[in-house]
Design a protein around this ligand. Structure first.
Ligand SMILES: [Zn+2]
Ligand SMILES: [Zn+2]
Length: 483
């Protein structure tokens, strides 16, 4: 008996948690956070309680109520955790949090499977991001030990780390009775894959997030051709933009970018998604075209360095960009009245490697030569514009998605205020989506020619009925049997 159960991404964009069962084999494809549901209940000032996070998330429909799945240190806080895992693995399509973010709650004796690029990005999250990121190294909670200073006293023990087995994709691999063929595809983050999944009762295609208008559209097309050759029973397809006829592509964007910046004499300031290395490539090319250098944040530099160390190809190299080191904390960077070790204390340990790195630039250097740089500046970095002091004839390019909810609109109002203050308003909007257009989804489904279509990651699942006669619309947690 083979079945598919959607434990997320039903009628919403993201939160993918797709359970495929074949006999005794139980695999999750993605285990992501639903930003929509999360935002319905939580905000920066109303954070979940750590000790009961799994049961609270279950109550709110953010996590499925399943046993033998969750990490035991947390599950034991609200119910007895089963001694053995009941799932055989979590296969990740890519490292966006709406697909991978809730792996942190999955017990470490359930292995993960992903691409090299995906693993590298998850490591960057673990080592350099705020929030709860425990994908490859699970830090056991709620343990106590004797104090080293006074053996009669107990202290909280945070030293125990359980590693998770993270298996890098092979071109074809088996997990018990299920055979998986991952295919690298085009999306807005390194390491994205779509899959053909062979079960005892037929083949299932799962797209993850995919597009056909980025720098590696040929990868997506190759996947479509291969997937068609399996004569699949079902395609589980993303449909973020299923209602959009055609989409503006990454190379169109790069072309337009050249003409926007060609005659700019001041500083070019831009915001683009932190981990979208293909968008970064567009800005590197634009910088070369205008004899400038692209300046990225330390977090982006750390991402490039980690991707490089993991041998991930087709991403920008660290020596193609400059790294912005802002004044933080006490603001004593390069102040000789303060010894180096005090200067370093303003930075996190992962940031220290970039202090004094060959490629670094400071606000003063950008201020002295604004015509030599394209400065990438996200929401949290706007405050550094006080140090950079963008001169007249500077511009701001917004290269991220349009606000889609109230919270994003409020943030954009704040950005607008900063831009007005620094004389950078109005700005130029240049962005292209990480997701296939409706036309491309339709074309993909037509070419793969599955018997049935199961829409996920879309607010408009019924739109699929306009181009396929057999669309499966199951509710959250409802099992669909293949036979
Ligand atoms: Zn997604
Ligand atoms: Zn994605």
């Amino acid at each position: 008996m083979t079945s598919v159960t959607l434990h997320g991404a039903v009628g919403e964009i993201g939160g993918n948690k797709i359970l495929i069962e074949d006999g005794d084999t139980k695999l999750f494809f993605d285990f992501g956070l639903s930003f929509g549901k999360y935002g319905d209940f939580f905000s920066p000032y109303l954070q979940p309680r750590r000790h009961s996070i799994i049961s609270d998330y279950m109550n709110l429909g953010l996590l499925p109520n399943l046993t033998g799945l969750y990490r035991q240190d947390y599950e034991n806080r609200f119910r007895e955790s089963s001694p053995e895992p009941k799932y055989d693995g979590v296969v990740l399509s890519h490292p966006h949090l709406d697909h991978a973010g809730f792996l942190s709650y999955v017990r470490p004796d359930i292995p993960a499977y992903c691409s090299t690029g995906c693993k590298a990005i998850l490591q960057v999250f673990e080592e350099s991001s705020y929030g709860f990121h425990e994908y490859t190294r699970i830090k056991e909670s709620f343990k106590i030990r004797e104090s080293k200073r006074d053996a009669t006293k107990k202290v909280k023990d945070r030293s125990s780390v359980i590693p998770r087995e993270v298996n890098i994709f092979k071109p074809t691999f088996k997990i018990d009775d299920i055979t998986i063929h991952p295919f690298p595809v085009d999306h807005s983050v390194p390491g994205a894959n779509s899959f053909v999944i062979e079960t005892s009762e037929g083949s299932i295609v799962y797209t993850g997030d995919i597009r056909f208008h980025g720098r590696r559209a040929n990868f997506s097309q190759f996947f479509v051709e291969k997937a068609a050759s399996f004569d699949p029973d079902i395609i589980i397809s993303e449909g973020t933009n299923v209602h959009e006829p055609k989409t503006y592509g990454e190379l169109d964007l790069q072309h337009d970018l050249f003409s926007v910046i060609e005659n700019v004499r001041g500083l070019i300031i831009v915001n683009f998604p932190v981990r979208d290395t293909d968008r970064m490539r567009s800005f590197i090319e634009a910088a070369k075209h205008t004899d400038r250098s692209l300046v990225v944040s330390m977090r982006q530099a750390y991402t490039l360095k980690t991707l490089e160390e993991n041998g991930v190809s087709q991403v920008p190299r660290l020596d193609e960009v400059k790294i912005f080191v802002p004044k933080k904390g006490w603001g004593v960077l390069n102040d000789m009245n303060y010894p180096m070790e005090i200067q370093m204390q303003d930075y996190q340990s992962w940031e220290n490697q970039f202090i004094g790195h060959d490629n670094t630039v400071t606000a003063d250097e950008i201020n002295n030569h604004p015509d030599q740089y394209i400065f990438r500046c996200d929401f949290a970095e706007l405050k550094y514009l006080f140090d950079i002091k963008p001169p007249e004839e500077s511009i701001y390019i917004r290269s991220v998605t349009e606000p889609v909810d109230e919270e994003m609109e409020l943030d954009q109002k704040k950005v607008d205020n900063w831009l007005k203050y620094f004389g950078l308003y109005p700005y130029t909007q240049l962005h292209c989506s990480g997701h296939a257009s409706g036309y491309d989804i339709q074309e993909m489904v037509r070419q793969i020619n599955p018997k049935k279509v199961m829409p996920v990651h879309t607010e408009r699942p019924t739109e699929f009925s306009s181009f396929h006669g057999d669309v499966i619309l199951k509710g959250l947690g409802e099992k669909y049997n293949l036979s």
